[in-house]
Design a protein around this ligand. Structure first.
Ligand code: ACM
Ligand code: ZN
Length: 535
C-alpha cells in the first residue's frame, strides 16, 4: 500500500515536472492540444528561408512582418526542394483552423488544415521566438480550436478610434488566435459608417455637441466640447475589412435597430414615431428614442442601409443589435399601434407583449431581407422576448440564461455574459488606480476560471457557437486605455475560447510573463493588476 502510494506520488510529480517544464519552455497561449518536447535547437537567422506551397504567401508574409522586430527574414519561396528552413504546407486531414508543427534542428515543418491553420501555427511559432529569440527548442505541436467563433467586440461610437487603432486592435486579436471582430458602428451617441444613400447620417449624426463627465448614474455635468465628426468612409472600411481578412478575422458589423438609434433619429427625424427633433445623445445609458416599428419608411431605411453594409462586409453574419429597446414611444404611436392591430399582436405574457412582438416582427423582416442576400443575423438576447426564428443566432449578454435558452431551443448562441465577458468592467475588487469604469468586476482570474458550458447538457453544448468579450467605450477615451481594458484579460479569454477543456492553470502565470514580453515588444499597453497579483 505504502509502496503504491509512493510510486503514485512519484509518477504524479514526474508528470507535473514534464508538463510544467514543457509548457513553460514552450510557452504557447492559448494552450495547444499537445506539445512533445524533443532534443536540439533550431537556429533562426536572417538567412533562414521560408519555403511555401503556392497559396500560402499571405501567412508567410504576415509572419515575416510579425517577427521583423527580432529577425529580418526574406520573402517566401515557392516549390523549393531544399530541406532547410521553415516549410509551410496544407493538410486537408487536419481541422480547418488546426495545425501541426515539427521543430527539428534542421527545419520547421508546419502543416495547416487551411491558410488560417498555417497562420495560427505561425502565431505559436512567433510566441516561441519572442520567448527564445533565435534559438528555438525542438518539439512537435498539435493544435486545434475548441470554438469556431472566437470574438472580441469594439465600440467606436461612444468614443472613436482611428483606422490605425482598429488595425492595431486586429493585430492584438490575431496574436490571441481570435477570428471575429464584432464592430459596433451605430448608437445613440453617433453614427460612424458612411452610407451613400443617406449622407445626412455622417453629416449630422457623426458628431455630438458635448459629452458627459463622470458616471451616467451619478452625473449631469457635460464637458461643453463638440465631439466629432468621426466616422469611417466606405473606402476606409474596405481597407480595414481587407486588413482583418489578411489576419483571418471576419468583421461582423453591428447596425443597431430599432433601439440605440438616437443619432440616426437626429439626422433623419422621420425614423422616429413622433418625428420630433432629438439631439445626438450626450449622455450614456438607454435612450427612449427608438426607430418607429410601424411606419414602412423605417423598413425601407434599414434595407437601404443594409444593402450598402453587405456590399462592404463579406461576413455571413450581420449583427442587428436589438438590445434595450424601451417601448414607451411605440405604446403611444399611432403607426406602431396600427401595425400591431394589423398583425393581430396581443399581450401574451409579461415579456411577450404586443410591442415586444412588434420588435420580433421587425427583426424577422430584416432577417428575411438579409437571408435573400445569403446573410444571417445575430441579435442581443433581448430579441428573445417577443420570439425569434430558429435561424437567429443569439448573443447572450444578460448572463448566460439567454444563451442557454437559445441552445435548449435549437438556436445558435454566442456567450458574452457580463460577469465574465464585459471588459468595460473593473479588473480589481478594490478598483484602486483603475480610473472610472462602468461598474462590475471582471478580473483575469474570473475570466480564466469561467465555464461557458455551465447549465448545458452535452447535446446542448454544440449550440454554443462561440465566446466573445464586449468592450463598450463610454468611459474609455483613449486607445491606450482601450488596450489596458483588453489586455491581459483577452489572453485569459483566448484560452477559454481556443482550449476550453485543456486550460493549463499550472503554467498560466509563467506563460503570461511571456505574453507580457510579447505585448511590450509590439508596444501594446496592458493593465498591471494581474502581474501585481491584484484581483
Ligand atoms: C448591451 O450591453 N447592451 C448589449
Ligand atoms: Zn411608431
Amino acid at each position: 500500500m505504502r509502496h503504491t502510494l509512493r510510486s503514485w506520488v512519484a509518477t504524479f510529480v514526474a508528470l507535473l515536472l514534464t508538463f510544467g517544464a514543457s509548457a513553460t519552455t514552450y510557452s504557447i497561449l492559448p494552450a495547444p492540444t499537445s506539445i512533445r518536447p524533443s532534443e536540439g535547437i533550431f537556429r533562426l537567422t536572417h538567412k533562414t528561408p521560408i519555403r511555401i506551397e503556392k497559396g500560402l504567401e499571405n501567412p508567410a508574409e504576415r509572419f515575416i512582418e510579425d517577427v521583423a522586430p527580432i529577425v529580418s527574414l526574406k520573402a517566401p519561396r515557392i516549390h523549393a526542394k531544399h530541406a532547410d528552413g521553415i516549410h509551410l504546407a496544407l493538410d486537408a486531414t487536419l481541422h480547418a483552423e488546426g495545425y501541426r508543427m515539427q521543430i527539428t534542428p534542421q527545419a520547421i515543418h508546419i502543416a495547416g488544415g487551411s491558410e488560417a491553420g498555417v497562420y495560427y501555427a505561425l502565431q505559436s511559432l512567433r510566441q516561441l521566438i519572442v520567448q527564445h529569440r533565435t534559438a528555438i527548442p525542438c518539439c512537435e505541436v498539435e493544435d486545434q480550436p475548441n470554438f469556431a467563433y472566437r470574438g472580441a467586440h469594439m465600440d467606436v461610437v461612444r468614443h472613436f478610434f482611428t483606422v490605425e487603432e482598429v488595425k492595431c486592435y486586429l493585430d492584438i486579436l490575431a496574436a490571441h488566435k481570435l477570428n471575429r471582430l464584432h464592430w459596433h458602428l451605430t448608437d445613440d451617441q453617433g453614427w460612424r459608417i458612411e452610407i451613400k444613400r443617406y449622407p445626412e447620417l455622417t453629416e449630422h449624426a457623426s458628431k455630438r455637441n458635448e459629452t458627459l463627465i463622470g458616471h451616467c448614474l451619478r452625473s449631469t455635468t457635460y464637458d461643453g466640447i463638440p465631439y466629432g465628426p468621426y466616422f469611417f468612409t466606405q473606402e476606409e472600411i474596405r481597407d480595414i475589412v481587407r486588413y482583418a481578412a489578411e489576419r483571418y478575422i471576419t468583421i461582423i458589423p453591428e447596425i443597431e435597430m430599432p433601439s440605440h438609434a438616437q443619432a440616426a433619429l437626429h439626422a433623419l427625424p422621420w425614423l422616429g414615431c413622433e418625428e420630433q427633433q432629438v439631439e445626438v445623445w450626450t449622455h450614456w445609458g438607454v435612450s427612449p428614442e427608438v426607430m418607429c416599428g410601424g411606419k414602412e419608411t423605417t423598413y425601407e431605411f434599414l434595407e437601404n442601409v443594409l444593402t450598402e453594409v453587405i456590399e462592404l462586409f463579406p461576413s455571413e453574419y450581420i449583427h442587428i443589435g436589438g438590445d434595450e429597446c424601451p417601448k414607451e414611444r411605440w405604446e403611444a404611436c399611432e403607426h406602431c399601434q396600427a401595425r400591431i392591430r394589423e398583425l393581430g399582436l396581443k399581450d401574451e405574457s409579461e415579456t411577450r407583449t404586443a410591442e415586444n412582438q412588434l420588435q420580433s416582427y421587425l427583426t424577422g423582416r430584416i432577417e428575411r431581407f438579409l437571408a435573400k442576400h445569403g446573410r444571417r443575423i445575430i441579435g442581443w438576447d433581448d430579441i428573445l422576448a417577443g420570439g425569434v426564428s430558429p435561424e437567429a443566432t443569439v448573443m447572450s449578454w444578460q448572463g448566460s440564461k439567454g444563451g442557454i435558452y437559445a441552445a435548449k431551443h435549437g438556436n445558435l448562441a454566442i456567450m458574452t455574459p457580463m460577469d465574465y465577458c464585459y471588459f468595460d468592467f473593473y479588473q480589481t475588487k478594490s478598483q484602486e488606480g483603475e480610473g472610472l469604469a462602468i461598474g462590475g468586476w471582471v478580473s483575469f482570474e474570473k475570466v480564466y476560471g469561467w465555464n461557458p458550458y455551465e447549465g448545458l447538457t452535452a447535446d446542448e453544448r454544440s449550440y454554443i457557437y462561440g465566446l466573445q468579450c464586449n468592450l463598450w467605450s463610454e468611459y474609455i477615451t483613449s486607445f491606450d486605455h482601450l488596450q489596458r481594458m483588453l489586455l491581459p484579460r483577452l489572453a485569459a479569454l483566448s484560452e477559454v475560447q481556443w482550449a476550453t477543456d485543456r486550460r493549463n492553470p499550472a503554467t498560466i502565470r509563467a506563460r503570461m510573463e511571456q505574453m507580457r514580453r510579447l505585448y511590450e515588444l509590439y508596444g501594446w499597453s496592458y493593465a498591471p493588476y494581474y502581474f501585481e497579483g491584484r484581483e
